[in-house]
Design a binder for this molecule. Structure first.
Ligand SMILES: [Zn+2]
Length: 452
């Protein structure tokens, strides 16, 4: 008996489909049908394809389909410092002699955010957490290029010029302005395009925010819902400053102010002692682990200990690259150096870059794996890339050998936003040229003469 095929918006096929579903199914010659942004059918192509009449099709022979990657901590306008900051300092906000966030105009931030969103999509990141000054520029870039994004402002009341000179001077006016900016972002952008853009609250760090400001953000976030994004125990400077100001470690301070809980996504978590690790684990925070950033600073976060204590681990590239696959294998390598042994494996870090990030964001019912009922956020890799052979279990060669450049096509919310490595909704070459011009002008202001 044959049934009449139904119309669907998109049919995705591939030599392999890595579903990353709870059963860990990998389909050979698989297919997915998409209706109204959502996966409605998945299985062997010879079973799925006859059931549907697609409005369009992508994939086919030579493609591997997998869930879109979830990159859980970035500041795309800060890409202005990459390629330089790595060798002259660590966290840009604490470093003199480089372009600073408060020098940017809103249009500068937009130009740089477009560059960042382009690179992230190019490397298969379909969901991106991004927060910085002029957050509406980040939201606009993500909206226009088709990225799923969680956007927030950069809340702080430490004066940036004093901070770059090594002094902590708290200003009520700066704190109120950054709160107002985040509130306006939420009013203007939260829920945009069927929820593709979500907005949260993001206090910069326990040392760059006073106790009063952190308390205020905690109250606002409680009413708003979503996550609170921050940096935690990133630098010895931060730990020393918080201890001098409050007598507490940074996690102890956030705990006292009501922010250390399972809604907190805390980047770095490097400089933590055993009691800090236990406290963060017990609170069930998510660590936004940035292994490449850790390595560039010569430090390694104790993520295995944090995970054993109860914390969730998710992955990020934290601005300096968009390649989360590279970050996955760095996460493994860093811990093996740290622990002097074969700890972690490809499937574990692949989960950190997909399902664990989705769960941390409260989106595990929508993204993180390829399953019926989830949004169609799908990456197609080039199965003919030399980096992807030999394909044995599907996970090992992907994590240990592939890179973001093996990504050919990216689908977000059922819409093809990258095809053949090129953006479909914007001019990628123009984005790079515009961002270079912005960066050159700001580096000139910082006293450098950029190559042209
Ligand atoms: Zn950061």
């Amino acid at each position: 008996m044959t049934t009449t095929p139904n119309p669907c918006d998109l049919l995705v096929t591939g030599d392999l489909v890595l579903t990353l579903d709870p059963q860990g199914r990998t389909l050979t010659d698989g297919a997915l049908a998409v209706v109204d942004r959502t996966i409605v059918d998945i299985g062997p192509a010879d079973e799925v394809s006859p059931r549907w009449v697609p409005a369009s099709s992508v994939g086919g022979s030579g493609r591997i389909a997998m869930p879109g990657l979830v990159n859980i901590h970035n500041h795309t306008p800060l890409m202005i410092t990459r390629g330089m900051i790595e060798d002259i300092g660590f966290a840009p906000m604490y470093t003199p002699g480089i372009p600073q966030g408060h020098w940017l105009t809103e249009e500068d931030a937009y130009a740089l955010s477009c560059l960042g969103m382009f690179e992230l999509l190019r490397a298969g990141c379909t969901t991106v957490v991004d927060y910085y000054r002029y957050p509406q520029s980040c939201a606009r870039a993500a909206a226009e290029l088709g990225v799923r994004a969680v956007i927030a402002g950069r809340i702080h009341d430490a004066a940036p010029d004093a901070l770059a000179a090594g002094r902590y001077e708290y200003s009520r006016a700066i704190g109120e302005a950054s709160l107002a900016e985040n509130a306006k972002l939420i009013a203007d952008w939260n829920g945009h395009d069927g929820g593709r853009i979500r907005c949260d609250w993001a206090p910069h760090a326990p040392d760059t925010c006073s106790d009063d400001l952190l308390r205020e953000v905690g109250k606002l976030a409680e009413t708003h819902g979503g996550n609170v994004h921050t940096h935690l125990s990133q630098l010895p400077l931060e730990v020393d400053a918080v201890r001098a100001r409050t007598g507490l470690t940074p996690p102890q301070l956030l705990d006292k102010l009501g922010l250390l809980n399972d809604r907190l996504i805390a980047a770095h978590c490097i400089h933590m002692d055993r009691p800090d690790i236990e406290l963060c684990g017990k609170a069930g925070i998510t660590v936004a682990h940035a292994p490449i950033g850790n390595a560039k600073g010569g430090r390694i976060a104790p993520i295995i200990e944090l995970r054993e204590a109860g914390a969730r681990i998710a992955l990020c590239t934290d601005t300096f690259s968009g390649d989360l696959i590279e970050a996955m294998r760095w996460a493994i390598a860093m811990q093996r150096i740290n622990r002097q042994g074969t700890v972690l494996d490809a499937r574990t870090v692949l989960d950190w870059g997909t399902q664990e990030g989705a769960t941390a964001l409260g989106m595990s019912d929508r993204i993180g794996s390829l399953e019926v009922g989830k949004r169609a956020d799908i990456v197609l890799l080039d199965n003919r890339s030399p980096s992807l052979a030999p394909m044995v279990d599907g996970y090992g060669v992907l994590v240990h050998s592939a890179s973001g450049h093996d990504v050919d096509t990216v689908i977000v919310d059922g819409r093809v936003v990258l095809s053949g490595g090129k953006l479909t909704l914007a001019d990628g070459a123009a984005i790079v040229t515009r961002a270079q011009a912005v960066a050159s002008a700001l580096w000139k202001r910082a006293g450098r003469s950029p190559l042209q």
